[in-house]
Design a protein. Structure first.
Length: 429
């Protein structure tokens, strides 16, 4: 049976109800059913708390510039599941995406029949299997895979990566990964293969770096650190934090090129820097008034956003649209954001784990910030913030959650104003 994209998305959404289940047994069984697609190409595995998507995209673009056929796997998506699987930098067409999900679902059906009644293949596992199968079918030379929450038991860890990249480690998802930076680093670095290469972000915290040194020594892996980018390097991706991400991507790509005996070409690095734009990160979606979306969703990412925001929006009065999930440190995020804000609209991302706007308002008042509005509907909150910004020669920032940014981008692309739709279409290219 040939599936449509709508059928594939329905299948994926149906699995959201069952949540996350860590462990690699289901993935390994699916790989066996699918003919071990993960063994048919080289792999770079990107892990960390922040910067994974940007680093993954940039690494793949650099390698593509060296003439390699690349696969890219990202998570989460903003608007469409198809955003998660790229071949040579392009999303799969609807037919290929539907076929990959259908194939992975066929494998999942076989595996589910062998599992206990309360066990099943998860949505993330299904998407990961679909990506690996499609990359093998598409005969990629190398795949750059962004991990999900963890490392040791993350579905992407079914691969045996030649290069592992650790962007940074923050206190996030402690319920699953452990209570300290060192604990979380242990979980993430459990995937490092013997005699492989471990590329570490420049801002890696000292406890995480100590774990990385020990793991590398135990497994005979070499450690590589990125070099700072030359000041003249021009990036299309906005924000100072993207320079650190590109430096890390360059180090990862160079490490892979060395293992593949491919001479690095400076033009490939320059071209990747000039062409990779990360959707949902300091993304300008409108000019009148200036409106920026950013998916920063924890204190570290918010701090990086605040540091880089003036280069995009200047010093104009800032209207904030904020939505946060309940498992995030919303108080710390607000403490970093509010000193730059004139007025805030608190809303709820379209997710069952969304923190209520009233809770955000209460936290803001505890920090001495009173100029707030509670509007549970993200599109309405954005419209009100834009109206205020237009009247006060201000700018709008929507942030706090990838789910919030995805919801707003989807609304703009489906039914926003003429300029918004034009900018959204340009940004999606």
């Amino acid at each position: 049976m040939i599936w449509t994209e709508a059928q594939a998305e329905r299948q994926l959404r149906s699995l959201e109800l069952f949540g996350m289940r860590f462990g690699l047994d289901r993935m390994r069984r699916m790989m066996t059913v699918l003919g071990s697609p993960e063994r048919r190409f080289d792999t770079i595995h990107v892990l960390g708390t922040n910067g994974k998507s940007s680093t993954t995209r940039m690494t793949a673009a650099i390698l593509q510039g060296h003439g390699l056929r690349t696969g890219t796997y990202l998570s989460p998506h903003l608007v469409s599941y198809r955003e998660r699987i790229l071949i040579d930098g392009r999303e799969l067409d609807t037919e290929a995406f539907a076929a990959a999900v259908a194939r992975a679902s066929w494998a999942a059906d076989h595996v589910n029949r062998t599992l206990a009644a309360d066990d099943h293949v998860t949505q993330f596992e299904l998407l990961t299997a679909a990506a690996l199968w499609e990359m093998a079918r598409g005969e990629v030379d190398v795949a750059v895979l962004e991990a999900g929450l963890g490392g040791r038991y993350d579905a992407t860890s079914v691969v045996d990566a030649q290069i592992t990249v650790l962007t940074n480690v923050g206190l996030e998802h402690t319920r699953w990964l452990g209570p300290t930076i060192a604990d979380i680093a242990e979980e993430k670095l459990a995937v490092v293969s013997p005699h492989s290469t471990l590329v570490l972000g420049a801002e890696l915290a000292a406890p995480a770096f100590a774990v990385a040194e020990r793991v590398a020594a135990e497994r005979g892996a070499r450690i590589v650190r990125p070099r700072p980018l030359p000041a003249a390097t021009e990036l299309l991706a906005r924000g100072g934090f993207q320079r650190a991400n590109f430096a890390l991507a360059r180090a990862a790509a160079e490490a892979y090129l060395q293992t593949a005996a491919i001479a690095p070409r400076e033009q490939a690095f320059v071209q990747a820097a000039a062409t990779v734009e990360v959707r949902g990160r300091l993304q300008v979606v409108s000019r009148e008034p200036l409106t920026v979306f950013d998916g920063a969703h924890n204190p570290h990412a918010i701090a990086a956003l605040v540091e880089s925001l003036p280069e995009v929006v200047g010093r104009a009065p800032l209207a904030l649209v904020l939505g946060v999930l309940e498992d995030k440190d919303a108080a710390a995020m607000l403490a970093a954001l509010l000193p730059s804000v004139e007025r805030a609209w608190f809303t709820a991302p379209p997710n069952s784990r969304a923190l209520s706007p009233a809770a955000l308002q209460s936290l803001a008042r505890q920090l001495g910030f009173e100029a707030t509005v509670c509007e549970p509907q993200p599109a309405r909150a954005l419209a009100q913030a834009r109206e205020w910004a237009a009247e006060h020669d201000g700018v709008v920032l929507a942030t706090g959650s990838v789910y919030l940014v995805g919801d707003l981008l989807g609304a703009l692309e489906q039914g926003g104003g003429a300029e918004d739709q034009r900018v959204a279409r340009i940004s999606a290219r």
